[in-house]
Design a protein around this ligand. Structure first.
Ligand SMILES: Cc1cc2nc3c(=O)[nH]c(=O)nc-3n(C[C@H](O)[C@H](O)[C@H](O)COP(=O)(O)OP(=O)(O)OC[C@H]3O[C@@H](n4cnc5c(N)ncnc54)[C@H](O)[C@@H]3O)c2cc1C
Length: 406
């Protein structure tokens, strides 16, 4: 069947990447990109430089404003797609109009997982630019911020808020959080940085969050009460799947896709934080909620729509920034294997800079603090299945790129 129009629902990274990839692969049919927000923007800066006031809204765009016209992308913002009629190929929009599509790419992202009344003015989540604006306006020196959740977003906001002179209390039941992403040892180092930068850390769950007078009260399960001017709830995300399930697509903790972004409907594809991959053996992977995975998913969906070869997959990779350090992780730190630690070079205290997860001579995962080049080298080793030794990995003077060449 000739694909005359592709409709991409969701103008986040996955959706914009899909639209761009359609054009890069030579598709010259119609492409409509729909987003309920005012313009397509990038999310990682929302917890970092945007919150810190280092960059403005005009620097968040996923593409130059002129690119959409230049690439003949029919960008429709401020409109919510409300239904997908699989039988007719129509995507119905919140203004009552509908767009016909021969192929639909769902790139709907995720919503922040709520706790308490996140509609209340001083109880925040952080997923959208509007969320970031509301939070940033209140992060003034001396303000009190309680953060529920010490994962990636909670930790980044804690760091940004502290840098702005905010009094931060971080509530997290696991010690250390993030162990599944970077391994236990690096997770401990990262979690300690909160205390070192003056953040009060509570190892506890949360019983209740409520507003009282001008304050927000967080009741912890350990009996402590935290009183703050604002609370950020950073406890993960929920994939946006309602439209997909209403349209009869398979949904199971995400819109289920195969490794080529195909859903259970041959004319519908899904990518990014809203999608979840099922392997050929039937195993469902964890939803990938990282920037690069969303971009790759968009590319994969575009390739699948056009029936072209898929982009080459690579081990999952993510980054995070906090307390002046840059963290990167690649592959799996949770797959069954042995941990190998690498200390910083020339560090008398033997502090750990990098952790590896190894099974036999196979590298499964790696993570580092301020070690981006080594993580990227590790990624090549994982992708190529290059044999490694624990001695080389543990040696801070050993350049992993040497193995890449061997
Ligand atoms: C604050 C923050 C910081 C982050 N930092 C990092 C980081 O440092 N490193 C990293 O690797 N990853 C980071 N991430 C994760 C990364 O940004 C996401 O994985 C990525 O944005 C996912 O892209 P997406 O396109 O799938 O979803 P989104 O970016 O959520 O885009 C989905 C879009 O779909 C639109 N939409 C949804 N439903 C509809 C509808 N019915 N009609 C029309 N439009 C709709 C939404 O408005 C949204 O614009 C961060 C995320 C956040 C929120």
């Amino acid at each position: 069947m000739t694909i005359e129009r592709v409709v991409v629902v969701g103008g986040g990274l996955a959706g914009v990447s899909a639209a761009r990839e359609l054009r890069d692969r030579g598709y010259d049919g119609a492409v409509t990109l729909i987003d309920k927000d005012a313009h397509p923007y990038d999310r990682p800066p929302l917890s970092k430089d945007f919150l810190l006031g280092k960059i403005g809204e005009d620097e968040l765009g996923l593409a130059k404003p002129t690119w959409y016209d230049d690439a003949s992308i029919d960008l429709r913002t401020g409109l919510t797609a409300v239904a997908l009629r699989s039988a007719t190929g129509a995507v119905e929009l919140s203004d009552g109009s509908s767009v016909h599509a021969d192929a639909v790419i769902l790139a709907l992202g995720a919503d922040a997982r709520p706790l308490g009344d996140t509609q209340a003015p001083h109880i925040h989540v952080l997923r959208t630019l509007a969320d970031a604006r509301a939070l940033r306006d209140n992060l003034v020196s001396g303000a009190r911020l309680a953060i529920v959740g010490g994962g990636l977003i909670g930790a980044e906001v804690a760091s940004s808020a502290r840098a702005l002179g905010v009094e931060v209390e971080l509530i997290e039941p696991f010690d250390p959080p993030l162990a599944s992403a970077v391994g236990v040892d690096l997770a401990h180092s990262l979690h300690r940085m909160h205390v070192e930068s003056g953040i009060r850390v509570h190892k506890s769950g949360v019983r209740e969050i409520r507003s009282a007078g001008g304050d927000v009260i967080v009741e912890l399960t350990d009996g402590t009460t935290v009183t703050a001017d604002d609370v950020l709830v950073g406890i993960g995300s929920v994939p946006v799947t309602e439209m997909a399930s209403d349209a009869g697509l398979e949904v199971d903790g995400g819109i289920v896709v195969d490794s080529a972004a195909r859903t259970s409907n041959p004319a519908v594809f899904a990518a990014g934080d809203s999608a979840r991959t099922r392997l050929p053996d039937g195993a469902l992977l964890r939803r990938k909620e990282h920037w690069e995975a969303a971009k790759f998913g968009g590319h994969a969906a575009a390739a699948a729509v056009l029936g072209q070869p898929q982009p080459s997959p690579s081990a999952d990779w993510f980054w995070s920034d906090r307390h002046g350090v840059h963290v990167e992780g690649v592959g799996s730190m949770t797959a069954e294997g042995t941990t190998v630690l690498r200390p910083y070079r020339d560090d008398d205290c033997g502090r750990i800079q990098m952790a590896f997860n190894v099974r036999g001579d196979t590298l499964l995962g790696a993570a580092a603090i301020d070690g981006g080049l080594a993580v990227r080298a590790a990624r090549r080793l994982i992708d190529k299945g290059t044999a490694v030794t624990a001695e080389d990995l543990a040696d801070p003077t050993f350049d992993l790129r040497r193995l890449r060449r061997s």
